[in-house]
Structure formats: structure tokens, C-alpha cells
Design a protein around this ligand. Sequence first.
Ligand code: GUN
Length: 286
Amino acid sequence: MSAAPTEPRRAQPLDGRAVSDAVAARLAARVAELPYVPRLVFVRVGEDPASVFYVRSKQRYAKRVGVDAETLVLRVDVDQATLMATIERLNADPATDAVLVQLPLPDHLDAAPVLEAIDPAKDVDGFHPMNVGRLWSGAPALVPCTPLGLLAIVDHYELDVKGRHVVIIGRSHMVGKPAAALFLGRHATVTVAHSRTRDLAGVVRQGEVVVAAVGRAGLVTGSMVQPGAIVLDVGMTRVDDRIVGDVADDVWDVAGYLTPMPGGTGLVTVAMVLQNTLTAAERRRG
Ligand code: GUN
């Protein structure tokens, strides 16, 4: 036999679709055991194309696992009071287990009071300060879906992070900070790097696990990654007509494991919205 025409890539792909499918099967089995149908309501303001796409993906996944999901679409010029009243109505509705306000909101709206108005028991994004505090204090919490999905990926592939050095690039409320709490909870040693970090390459090279969550295309290159590292790419940037991650292509030649983009962490985020919906429903309804 002749040699393969190209060198095979070294990193094993961490396939988000495989994780998402496995989670869907587990969630569908859980839903089938319940004496009620969990209900998830998305609130979307306006027609931002990315928001339309993401909410539709979550709605489709909800249907797959047997959760009743509805999207409330508010006009792009809706006022703050009307949006707040919508949240209050969903909080008060006993049939609604989960509420998710898709971000970003239009500029005239203030997201913080909206997120704080959501009943923490229904807050499947885990952005309410009550859930943030519970996460950091180790109490049962609803946890942000993207970082929760990173744990689902390492668990699916049976990658042990205990005692390992996890370098997270990015300190956002949605990803970087909650990811730090979650990996600490798994007994990892955690470094959070960000835009002001000196010698970013040197810091990232220490990571046995690297989480790239900045939103800058190709920020993490092969020369910054230690051989064999587990690299989880959360970044998503539109470049021309493609969606590209924070991780450059040459990392495939260095890393041990890498999430592809697309087909990586984003699919698992969607799955975690539904996992959180079931968690919320089961806790609320006993
Ligand atoms: N927009 C981008 N990511 C997210 C997310 O995780 N939750 C919500 N609600 N909106 C988003």
C-alpha cells in the first residue's frame, strides 16, 4: 500500500454533534419519565439574524427531546417596561419552567435589570446574580450553558481535568468566569487570561486544557499550544461568509484534542439549554 497522500492531523476532534446527540437521548429519556411536559419560553426582541438562528436551533432541539418550547417575539422598539412585564408574566405562570431572553438586546434596552427580573428558578441561562453566587459558592445552581457544555464535552470523551492546568482566555460573564468556577469544581488548577494578560502565548502554553473564549478569529495559534493539549474553542467570528473560531487551523497539528468550528462547542451549548430546562423543571415541580 502506498502512504497516505497527506499527513493525518494529530488532534482528535471533539465532535459537538456526537455530544449533542448523546445528551438528546438522555434528556428525551428523562422527559419521558415525567408526569408533565416541561415548558421553555424564549423571549426574542427584534429580528437580529444571529438571534433568530440561535433561538430556532434551541427550539428545534427542544422539540427533539420532547420539551414544549415557545418563542415570544417582541417588536424591536419595545420599551423596557413592556419587556419587564413580559418577564413578570412568565415568572408567574406555573406552567412555564424556563425563561431565556436572547441577547444581545437592542441598544435602547438595559439587559441587566431584565436578567435580574427572571425568576432564578427559571433562569436557564444562569445569568441571574443569585445563580452566579450559587455557582461560586458551590450550591446547586443553574449554570451558563456554554461553559456547562465544555464539561459535557470533556465528560463525553472521558477526559480527566482533575489536577490539570486549565487556561481560560476571556473573562466574560457568559463564558470565561463561569468556566473558571466549573473547572475549579472539577479540581482543576485554573488561570484566567484576558486582553491585558502579559505574555499571553507563554501563559497559554502552560495550559494542559485551553479554553478560547474571546471572539477574535485565530487568536490561538499552534506555537502557543503545548503538544497534546485539550483545546476547547468557544469563539465565533464571522469572516467573509464563514464562521471561524478563536483557534487557528495549525493547532490541529499540535493539540491532542480540539473542538472543530463549526460542529464543536456551539452545538453543545444548545443541548445544555435543554438540560438546564429539565433541571429547572424537576427542581421546581419536585
Ligand atoms: N447570545 C449569545 N449567547 C447567548 C447566551 O448564552 N444566552 C443568551 N440568552 N443569549 C446569548
